[in-house]
Design a binder for this molecule. Structure first.
Ligand code: NAP
Length: 287
Protein backbone atom coordinates (compact mmCIF):
# COMPACT_ATOMS: atom_id res chain seq x y z
CA UNK A 1 0.00 0.00 0.00
CA UNK A 2 1.33 3.41 -0.95
CA UNK A 3 1.90 6.33 1.40
CA UNK A 4 -0.92 8.83 0.86
CA UNK A 5 0.39 12.30 0.14
CA UNK A 6 -2.42 14.27 1.68
CA UNK A 7 -2.57 17.97 0.83
CA UNK A 8 -4.31 18.96 4.04
CA UNK A 9 -1.21 18.84 6.23
CA UNK A 10 0.84 20.71 3.65
CA UNK A 11 -1.79 23.44 3.40
CA UNK A 12 -2.05 23.67 7.20
CA UNK A 13 1.69 24.27 7.53
CA UNK A 14 1.71 26.93 4.79
CA UNK A 15 -1.37 28.61 6.27
CA UNK A 16 0.22 28.73 9.71
CA UNK A 17 3.31 30.45 8.31
CA UNK A 18 1.13 32.88 6.35
CA UNK A 19 -0.95 33.69 9.42
CA UNK A 20 2.19 34.44 11.43
CA UNK A 21 3.32 36.80 8.67
CA UNK A 22 -0.05 38.58 8.36
CA UNK A 23 -0.31 38.91 12.18
CA UNK A 24 3.04 40.71 12.20
CA UNK A 25 1.94 42.98 9.36
CA UNK A 26 -1.37 43.75 11.02
CA UNK A 27 0.45 44.70 14.23
CA UNK A 28 2.05 47.42 12.14
CA UNK A 29 -1.38 48.37 10.76
CA UNK A 30 -0.57 46.91 7.38
CA UNK A 31 -3.46 44.88 6.00
CA UNK A 32 -2.56 42.33 3.29
CA UNK A 33 -5.18 42.56 0.59
CA UNK A 34 -6.15 40.46 -2.42
CA UNK A 35 -8.31 41.91 -5.18
CA UNK A 36 -10.24 39.32 -7.16
CA UNK A 37 -11.69 40.54 -10.44
CA UNK A 38 -14.26 38.42 -12.15
CA UNK A 39 -16.34 39.12 -15.22
CA UNK A 40 -19.78 37.51 -15.28
CA UNK A 41 -21.26 34.76 -13.15
CA UNK A 42 -19.64 31.47 -14.23
CA UNK A 43 -20.53 28.83 -11.63
CA UNK A 44 -16.90 27.63 -11.42
CA UNK A 45 -15.70 31.18 -10.76
CA UNK A 46 -18.24 31.81 -8.01
CA UNK A 47 -17.29 28.51 -6.35
CA UNK A 48 -13.57 29.28 -6.61
CA UNK A 49 -14.14 32.79 -5.29
CA UNK A 50 -15.94 31.48 -2.21
CA UNK A 51 -13.18 29.01 -1.42
CA UNK A 52 -10.56 31.76 -1.80
CA UNK A 53 -12.51 34.12 0.44
CA UNK A 54 -12.53 31.43 3.13
CA UNK A 55 -8.82 30.76 2.71
CA UNK A 56 -8.03 34.49 2.93
CA UNK A 57 -10.12 34.94 6.05
CA UNK A 58 -8.35 32.04 7.75
CA UNK A 59 -4.92 33.50 7.00
CA UNK A 60 -5.55 37.15 7.90
CA UNK A 61 -5.87 38.49 4.37
CA UNK A 62 -8.57 40.93 3.30
CA UNK A 63 -10.17 39.72 0.10
CA UNK A 64 -12.21 42.12 -1.97
CA UNK A 65 -14.09 41.00 -5.04
CA UNK A 66 -14.89 43.20 -7.99
CA UNK A 67 -17.68 41.58 -9.99
CA UNK A 68 -18.02 43.10 -13.44
CA UNK A 69 -21.00 42.77 -15.68
CA UNK A 70 -20.28 40.76 -18.83
CA UNK A 71 -21.20 43.86 -20.83
CA UNK A 72 -18.46 45.99 -19.26
CA UNK A 73 -16.16 45.37 -22.23
CA UNK A 74 -12.38 45.28 -22.54
CA UNK A 75 -11.93 48.99 -21.75
CA UNK A 76 -13.99 48.76 -18.57
CA UNK A 77 -12.11 45.66 -17.44
CA UNK A 78 -8.76 47.30 -18.14
CA UNK A 79 -9.78 50.37 -16.14
CA UNK A 80 -10.49 48.17 -13.13
CA UNK A 81 -7.20 46.33 -13.51
CA UNK A 82 -5.28 49.59 -13.77
CA UNK A 83 -7.05 50.91 -10.69
CA UNK A 84 -6.07 47.82 -8.70
CA UNK A 85 -2.53 47.96 -10.08
CA UNK A 86 -2.15 51.58 -8.91
CA UNK A 87 -3.74 51.09 -5.50
CA UNK A 88 -1.00 50.80 -2.84
CA UNK A 89 -3.48 49.11 -0.47
CA UNK A 90 -3.87 46.15 -2.84
CA UNK A 91 -1.01 43.64 -2.78
CA UNK A 92 -2.29 40.80 -4.94
CA UNK A 93 -4.52 40.79 -8.04
CA UNK A 94 -6.30 37.75 -9.44
CA UNK A 95 -8.29 37.92 -12.66
CA UNK A 96 -10.50 34.88 -13.18
CA UNK A 97 -10.33 33.24 -16.57
CA UNK A 98 -11.52 32.24 -19.08
CA UNK A 99 -13.04 35.65 -19.78
CA UNK A 100 -16.33 35.81 -21.71
CA UNK A 101 -16.13 35.77 -25.50
CA UNK A 102 -14.75 38.89 -27.09
CA UNK A 103 -12.31 39.80 -24.32
CA UNK A 104 -8.55 39.91 -24.81
CA UNK A 105 -7.11 38.01 -21.83
CA UNK A 106 -3.48 38.60 -22.84
CA UNK A 107 -3.99 42.37 -22.94
CA UNK A 108 -5.83 42.29 -19.61
CA UNK A 109 -3.27 40.28 -17.63
CA UNK A 110 -0.42 42.40 -18.97
CA UNK A 111 -1.82 45.18 -16.75
CA UNK A 112 -1.16 43.21 -13.56
CA UNK A 113 2.21 44.32 -12.17
CA UNK A 114 4.59 41.40 -11.57
CA UNK A 115 4.86 42.35 -7.88
CA UNK A 116 1.08 41.87 -7.51
CA UNK A 117 0.77 38.95 -9.91
CA UNK A 118 0.14 36.26 -7.28
CA UNK A 119 -0.86 33.52 -9.77
CA UNK A 120 1.62 34.23 -12.57
CA UNK A 121 -0.89 35.53 -15.12
CA UNK A 122 1.31 38.18 -16.74
CA UNK A 123 3.81 36.72 -19.28
CA UNK A 124 6.47 38.89 -17.62
CA UNK A 125 6.03 36.77 -14.48
CA UNK A 126 6.33 33.56 -16.54
CA UNK A 127 9.47 35.00 -18.10
CA UNK A 128 11.00 35.47 -14.67
CA UNK A 129 10.13 31.89 -13.69
CA UNK A 130 11.56 30.53 -16.94
CA UNK A 131 14.78 32.55 -16.84
CA UNK A 132 15.23 32.23 -13.10
CA UNK A 133 15.89 35.99 -13.08
CA UNK A 134 13.79 38.50 -11.21
CA UNK A 135 11.24 38.12 -8.52
CA UNK A 136 7.92 36.63 -9.63
CA UNK A 137 5.34 34.26 -8.18
CA UNK A 138 4.95 30.91 -9.95
CA UNK A 139 1.45 29.68 -10.78
CA UNK A 140 -0.16 28.45 -7.55
CA UNK A 141 -0.79 24.91 -8.85
CA UNK A 142 2.80 24.39 -9.96
CA UNK A 143 4.00 25.77 -6.63
CA UNK A 144 1.54 23.48 -4.82
CA UNK A 145 3.13 20.41 -6.42
CA UNK A 146 6.58 21.59 -5.34
CA UNK A 147 5.39 22.21 -1.78
CA UNK A 148 3.87 18.74 -1.65
CA UNK A 149 7.12 17.11 -2.81
CA UNK A 150 9.11 19.19 -0.32
CA UNK A 151 6.78 18.51 2.61
CA UNK A 152 7.00 14.74 2.14
CA UNK A 153 10.75 14.82 1.57
CA UNK A 154 10.75 13.56 -2.03
CA UNK A 155 14.27 13.61 -3.44
CA UNK A 156 14.51 15.55 -6.70
CA UNK A 157 18.19 16.16 -7.32
CA UNK A 158 19.30 13.96 -10.21
CA UNK A 159 15.96 12.12 -10.24
CA UNK A 160 13.84 11.53 -13.31
CA UNK A 161 10.55 13.39 -13.18
CA UNK A 162 7.93 13.01 -15.90
CA UNK A 163 5.19 15.61 -16.18
CA UNK A 164 2.28 14.75 -18.45
CA UNK A 165 0.81 18.07 -19.58
CA UNK A 166 2.51 21.14 -21.03
CA UNK A 167 0.11 23.98 -20.22
CA UNK A 168 1.40 27.36 -19.15
CA UNK A 169 -0.45 27.03 -15.86
CA UNK A 170 0.87 23.64 -14.80
CA UNK A 171 3.27 21.60 -16.93
CA UNK A 172 5.71 24.17 -18.30
CA UNK A 173 6.28 26.27 -15.15
CA UNK A 174 6.43 23.11 -13.05
CA UNK A 175 9.21 21.82 -15.29
CA UNK A 176 11.18 25.00 -14.58
CA UNK A 177 10.66 24.72 -10.83
CA UNK A 178 11.80 21.08 -10.92
CA UNK A 179 14.84 21.93 -13.04
CA UNK A 180 15.77 24.55 -10.47
CA UNK A 181 15.90 21.64 -7.99
CA UNK A 182 18.22 19.72 -10.36
CA UNK A 183 15.66 17.12 -11.39
CA UNK A 184 15.89 15.55 -14.85
CA UNK A 185 12.60 16.56 -16.36
CA UNK A 186 10.58 15.02 -19.18
CA UNK A 187 7.45 16.80 -20.39
CA UNK A 188 4.99 14.53 -22.18
CA UNK A 189 1.81 15.59 -24.00
CA UNK A 190 -0.87 14.33 -26.32
CA UNK A 191 1.62 13.66 -29.14
CA UNK A 192 4.01 11.63 -26.97
CA UNK A 193 4.45 8.05 -28.12
CA UNK A 194 4.04 5.23 -25.62
CA UNK A 195 3.12 7.39 -22.67
CA UNK A 196 2.94 4.46 -20.22
CA UNK A 197 6.60 3.60 -20.96
CA UNK A 198 7.68 7.24 -20.52
CA UNK A 199 5.95 7.30 -17.14
CA UNK A 200 7.30 3.93 -16.02
CA UNK A 201 10.88 5.19 -16.52
CA UNK A 202 10.43 8.09 -14.08
CA UNK A 203 11.07 8.26 -10.34
CA UNK A 204 8.28 10.82 -10.00
CA UNK A 205 5.21 10.93 -12.26
CA UNK A 206 3.13 14.10 -12.32
CA UNK A 207 -0.23 13.67 -14.03
CA UNK A 208 -1.62 16.94 -15.36
CA UNK A 209 -3.46 15.94 -18.52
CA UNK A 210 -7.01 16.65 -17.38
CA UNK A 211 -8.22 13.17 -18.41
CA UNK A 212 -10.21 11.25 -15.81
CA UNK A 213 -8.44 8.07 -14.62
CA UNK A 214 -6.28 7.91 -17.75
CA UNK A 215 -3.17 6.75 -15.82
CA UNK A 216 -3.81 3.07 -15.21
CA UNK A 217 -1.62 0.40 -13.68
CA UNK A 218 0.58 0.07 -16.79
CA UNK A 219 1.85 3.66 -16.24
CA UNK A 220 3.54 2.81 -12.94
CA UNK A 221 6.32 0.75 -11.40
CA UNK A 222 7.10 0.02 -7.75
CA UNK A 223 8.95 2.71 -5.80
CA UNK A 224 7.61 5.67 -7.77
CA UNK A 225 6.02 8.83 -6.40
CA UNK A 226 2.78 9.69 -8.22
CA UNK A 227 1.34 13.21 -8.04
CA UNK A 228 -2.13 13.79 -9.44
CA UNK A 229 -2.91 17.35 -10.50
CA UNK A 230 -6.05 16.49 -12.46
CA UNK A 231 -9.48 17.68 -11.42
CA UNK A 232 -12.13 15.96 -13.52
CA UNK A 233 -15.77 15.02 -13.25
CA UNK A 234 -15.81 11.41 -12.09
CA UNK A 235 -17.42 9.37 -14.88
CA UNK A 236 -18.13 6.56 -12.39
CA UNK A 237 -19.54 8.80 -9.68
CA UNK A 238 -21.50 11.74 -11.13
CA UNK A 239 -21.36 14.93 -9.09
CA UNK A 240 -17.93 14.03 -7.68
CA UNK A 241 -14.41 14.79 -8.86
CA UNK A 242 -11.54 12.46 -9.62
CA UNK A 243 -7.95 12.79 -10.73
CA UNK A 244 -6.07 11.73 -13.84
CA UNK A 245 -4.75 8.64 -12.05
CA UNK A 246 -6.81 5.50 -11.51
CA UNK A 247 -6.10 5.70 -7.82
CA UNK A 248 -7.17 2.26 -6.65
CA UNK A 249 -4.87 0.57 -9.16
CA UNK A 250 -1.89 2.91 -8.83
CA UNK A 251 -1.81 2.84 -5.03
CA UNK A 252 -1.17 -0.91 -5.18
CA UNK A 253 2.01 -0.28 -7.17
CA UNK A 254 3.70 3.00 -6.30
CA UNK A 255 5.49 4.01 -3.09
CA UNK A 256 3.51 7.24 -2.58
CA UNK A 257 0.52 8.85 -4.25
CA UNK A 258 -1.50 12.05 -3.88
CA UNK A 259 -5.27 11.61 -3.85
CA UNK A 260 -8.00 13.63 -5.59
CA UNK A 261 -9.75 15.26 -3.86
CA UNK A 262 -7.53 16.05 -0.88
CA UNK A 263 -4.19 16.31 -2.70
CA UNK A 264 -2.61 19.09 -4.74
CA UNK A 265 -5.92 20.97 -5.04
CA UNK A 266 -6.05 21.47 -1.27
CA UNK A 267 -2.71 23.29 -1.32
CA UNK A 268 -3.40 25.75 -4.14
CA UNK A 269 -5.39 28.32 -2.13
CA UNK A 270 -2.83 28.19 0.68
CA UNK A 271 -0.12 29.07 -1.84
CA UNK A 272 -2.16 31.98 -3.19
CA UNK A 273 -2.56 33.40 0.34
CA UNK A 274 1.15 32.92 0.99
CA UNK A 275 1.92 34.86 -2.19
CA UNK A 276 -0.36 37.75 -1.14
CA UNK A 277 1.22 37.90 2.32
CA UNK A 278 4.68 37.89 0.75
CA UNK A 279 3.74 40.59 -1.76
CA UNK A 280 2.39 42.74 1.07
CA UNK A 281 5.48 42.18 3.16
CA UNK A 282 7.75 43.16 0.27
CA UNK A 283 5.74 46.28 -0.54
CA UNK A 284 5.87 47.35 3.13
CA UNK A 285 9.67 46.96 3.12
CA UNK A 286 9.85 49.40 0.20
CA UNK A 287 7.82 52.08 2.03
P1 NAP B 1 -4.83 21.89 -20.23
O1 NAP B 1 -4.48 23.31 -20.49
O2 NAP B 1 -6.04 21.30 -20.89
O3 NAP B 1 -3.55 21.01 -20.62
C1 NAP B 1 -3.61 19.62 -20.62
C2 NAP B 1 -2.28 19.07 -21.08
O4 NAP B 1 -2.36 17.65 -21.04
C3 NAP B 1 -1.91 19.46 -22.51
O5 NAP B 1 -0.55 19.74 -22.57
C4 NAP B 1 -2.25 18.20 -23.31
O6 NAP B 1 -1.38 17.96 -24.39
C5 NAP B 1 -2.02 17.11 -22.29
N1 NAP B 1 -2.88 15.96 -22.58
C6 NAP B 1 -4.22 15.96 -22.73
N2 NAP B 1 -4.65 14.72 -23.03
C7 NAP B 1 -3.55 13.94 -23.09
C8 NAP B 1 -3.33 12.58 -23.38
N3 NAP B 1 -4.34 11.76 -23.67
N4 NAP B 1 -2.08 12.12 -23.35
C9 NAP B 1 -1.04 12.92 -23.07
N5 NAP B 1 -1.17 14.23 -22.78
C10 NAP B 1 -2.42 14.74 -22.79
O7 NAP B 1 -5.03 21.63 -18.67
P2 NAP B 1 -4.34 22.33 -17.39
O8 NAP B 1 -4.94 23.66 -17.16
O9 NAP B 1 -2.86 22.20 -17.49
O10 NAP B 1 -4.88 21.39 -16.25
C11 NAP B 1 -4.53 20.02 -16.21
C12 NAP B 1 -5.37 19.35 -15.16
O11 NAP B 1 -5.06 19.93 -13.90
C13 NAP B 1 -6.89 19.52 -15.32
O12 NAP B 1 -7.54 18.36 -14.85
C14 NAP B 1 -7.21 20.68 -14.41
O13 NAP B 1 -8.53 20.66 -13.95
C15 NAP B 1 -6.24 20.44 -13.31
N6 NAP B 1 -5.89 21.64 -12.54
C16 NAP B 1 -5.78 21.48 -11.21
C17 NAP B 1 -5.46 22.54 -10.42
C18 NAP B 1 -5.30 22.30 -8.94
O14 NAP B 1 -5.31 23.23 -8.17
N7 NAP B 1 -5.11 21.05 -8.52
C19 NAP B 1 -5.26 23.81 -10.98
C20 NAP B 1 -5.31 23.94 -12.37
C21 NAP B 1 -5.63 22.83 -13.14
P3 NAP B 1 -1.31 18.93 -25.69
O15 NAP B 1 -0.55 20.12 -25.26
O16 NAP B 1 -0.59 18.11 -26.71
O17 NAP B 1 -2.74 19.23 -26.07
Amino acid sequence: MAIVLSGKEVAAKINQETKEKTDQLRQKNIIPRLQIIRVGERTDDVYYQKSLEKACEATGIDCSVKVLDEQIGQKGLEEQLTKAADDPLIHGILLFSPLPKGYDLAAAVSLIPVAKDVDCLNPLSSGAIFTGCGDAYPPCTAAAVMEMLKFYGAELEGRAVTIVGRSLVVGKPLAMLLLAQNATVTIAHSYSEDLPAICRRADVVIAAAGRAKMFRGNFFTPGQVAIDVGINDDPDNPGHICGDIEYETAEQIVAAISPVPGGVGSITSAILCAHVADACSKSSEQD
